[in-house]
Design a protein around this ligand. Structure first.
Ligand code: ZN
Ligand code: ZN
Length: 660
């Protein structure tokens, strides 16, 4: 037999090899070791042939070894479907998964957060929890596809429901996939599950997992072991023969869509996978996405509500206006309401979370003399001013890795940099302000600058859980699903910052974020308070009380229907990329005209908009243009996209189906 392979690393074209008789069985996607000059190299099988084509006149060498692959009969079909949806080669997935075992870097042992009070006492389930568990059991026992939307207010004990179901699946010798929208959250949940389900194996498979842990995952899959697998994107792409249940927690989060092309959405493909494998899938959230609520209603998904907090009461919400009583306070960004509450917290030895969705020190710098604003040479954005506690000053790009030291003078008018205006506020400045107001408090910070450093992040989570940090200042990283029992005060520094973004789902994103961060307060016996600071009133604020979230949904879905926005229509974005703006400009127009004509000819009735220059139109020297497609079904847009594959253009071209 003969095969064509592609190397996992290096040379991109297919290479022919022969396979000796009696070798381990091979299929497309199998990983093999092949001889290459005088080395050996891992490669993925992309085609199988009984005979060698006549055109091949050179000597074909034979493969050296076959790597074992978990035996999953549905896997090829699943990968093919995902690949075709995103318009990419299936080999991409095989290479991606396996490259982890070859090139992976050891990051150290998995996170172990110190043991809390053991939960060996049997938990008394609430009636709401029982209803949800009993409702999902039949699909687990009888093995059929069933999407479930679990809407549980913050602190309602969704995890208790998950745990019951997980135990059931694991006892049947199957695998549970537990997907979360962010790596830092995976670390916390992995240790939580390991602590609370000590009889079972809990493994992580994410960018924070060590190489040895990834190898253990692969080995367990090969042996068909039963375990819990926690991750963001990667676990859903693994071959798993005994998959029993998929849980997508914090399902409303955008983090399930990958940030790099192809922008695969692991929540969406998890739904396909559950269908392909005939298993139940649970989407859980305290603020379910508008899309999932709509789907649950129109597609007959099972829908369960947990309306009561498992422990503790809902926090008291206080709205404080930043523009009022300015003279009475020491700093503009901390109202009297917030300042006094924080002071009480420190006396009571209870913890505080301060939410501000901007990292760095200030948004940007501007020269007072000439208006000059430093910007990134590789991206079309201004640089963000960063100032460490040590006093070290830096300008950083939030879109690429570029950074530079703070200039001493303005490069345009040579005015001293001391006279630069620092506009807006970021987490670093917030820490300094709080430190000045509360000199004895221990203040921590959690934003993307910290979460990018896995060690620092782990340390921060451990310290905060232990109570060694009094106040934690953070961006959206702290809004997601964390459970810190001693947090009884949450301060939102600037609530209307997110409310008016120019996207169709700005309100949805803003209210979800505010409810989620407010939900970190008062999750145990002690009552919680949330101080929401704002520049102005916003109609959204009437939904800050999370028990009114479904009212928000009803209002929002009416608005979407009137404006014909998703979920009533489908949005897709075609992204063209090239370093040369002239080539890009020209090709974007050509592509648009081509699509426009084809759309007319085939009467697809897709609405085409563009090409437009996005607000951030250049990242890492790569320029971008967008064409938007609005349609009643994805299929129609795909007809257009696939027609483009034959068109010869120099720009890179990607299709991003927008969810929600
Ligand atoms: Zn200047
Ligand atoms: Zn940049």
């Amino acid at each position: 037999m003969y095969i064509q392979v592609r190397l996992l690393k290096g040379w991109k074209a297919p290479i022919w090899y022969s396979v000796l008789e009696g070798s381990d069985p091979l299929e497309i996607g199998s990983i093999v070791e092949v001889p290459l000059q005088n080395r050996k190299s891992p490669a993925v099988v992309i085609a199988l042939h009984q005979i060698l084509p006549l055109s091949i006149t050179f000597i074909v060498r034979s493969i050296l070894a076959v790597h074992a692959t978990p035996n999953d009969e549905h896997y090829q079909g699943f990968i093919k479907k995902v690949a075709s949806f995103y318009g990419i080669d299936p080999v991409y997935f095989y290479k991606r998964i396996r490259s982890f075992f070859k090139i992976g870097r050891t990051v150290g042992p998995p996170l172990v957060i110190e043991k809390q009070i053991s939960s060996s006492i049997p938990i008394l389930l609430t009636d709401e929890q029982k209803v949800a568990i009993d409702g999902i059991f039949p699909a687990l026992t009888n093995g059929f596809f069933e999407p479930v939307l679990l809407y549980g207010v913050t602190g309602s004990g969704k995890t208790v429901v998950y745990k019951e179901l997980i135990c059931k699946v694991l006892k049947e010798q199957k695998v549970v996939l537990y997907l979360l929208p962010e790596v830092s959250l995976c670390l916390q949940f992995q240790s939580l599950l390991a602590r609370e389900l000590p009889d079972f194996l809990v493994l992580g498979f994410s960018s924070a997992s060590s190489l040895s842990e990834k190898k253990q995952v692969w080995q367990s899959l090969l042996e068909g072991k039963s375990f819990i697998l926690v991750g963001v994107h990667l676990p859903i792409l693994l071959p798993i023969s005994n998959l029993g249940l998929i849980i997508v927690d914090e399902e409303h989060e955008g983090g399930f869509q990958e940030k790099k092309h192809p922008k695969i959405n692991s929540k969406e493909i998890a739904l396909w996978r559950a269908k392909e494998y005939n298993i139940p899938i649970i989407l859980g959230s305290a603020t379910p996405s508008v899309q999932s609520l709509y789907r649950a209603k129109t597609l007959g998904w099972k829908f369960f509500e947990l309306k009561k907090r498992f422990a503790g009461a809902f926090p008291q919400i206080i709205v404080a206006h930043l523009r009022e009583n300015k003279s009475k306070r020491k700093n503009f960004w901390v109202t009297k309401e917030l300042e006094e509450r924080i002071r009480e917290q420190l006396i009571k030895k209870e913890q505080t979370i301060i939410f501000l969705n901007r990292r760095g020190y200030s948004f940007f710098l501007q020269c007072k003399g000439c208006g000059f604003t430093p910007s990134c040479g590789q991206c079309s954005v201004s640089l963000t001013y960063h100032k460490e506690l040590s006093g070290n000053e830096e300008l950083r790009c939030h879109y690429c890795a570029f950074w530079r030291e703070m200039p001493l003078v303005c490069p345009e008018c040579f005015l001293s940099a001391e006279h630069f205006l620092k506009k807006g506020i970021g987490t670093q400045q917030m820490v300094l302000i709080l430190q000045e107001l509360f000199p004895t408090a221990v203040i921590g910070r959690m934003d993307a600058d910290i979460t990018a450093q896995k060690k620092l992040l782990k340390q921060m989570l451990i310290e905060f859980e232990k109570g060694a940090i009094d106040i934690l200042v953070g961006t959206q990283s702290i809004t997601k699903g964390y459970h810190f029992p001693n947090v009884t005060l949450v301060g939102v520094i600037w609530a209307d910052l997110q409310c008016n973004l120019p996207v169709f789902n700005a309100h949805e994103g803003a209210i979800q974020q505010l409810i989620q961060v407010a939900g970190r307060a008062g999750r145990a016996e002690k009552p919680g308070v949330v101080v929401v600071q704002t520049m102005g009133d916003h109609p959204l604020f009437k939904y800050l009380d999370e028990t009114k979230y479904l009212d928000f949904y009803h209002e929002e879905i009416e608005m979407r229907k009137l404006s014909n926005y998703p979920p009533f229509t489908r949005f897709l974005q075609l992204e063209l990329m090239h370093e040369d703006s002239e080539i890009l400009e020209q090709e974007a127009q050509e592509v648009f005209d081509y699509l426009f004509e084809l759309n007319e000819k085939q009467k697809l009735e897709v609405m085409l908009l563009g090409p437009v220059k996005p607000i951030v139109y250049k990242i890492s020297k790569m320029e971008m243009r967008h064409i938007f497609l609005k349609t009643t079904s994805f299929e129609k847009a795909f007809i257009l996209f696939f027609a483009l594959q034959t068109k010869k253009i120099k720009s890179k071209l990607f299709l991003v189906p927008t969810q929600s």
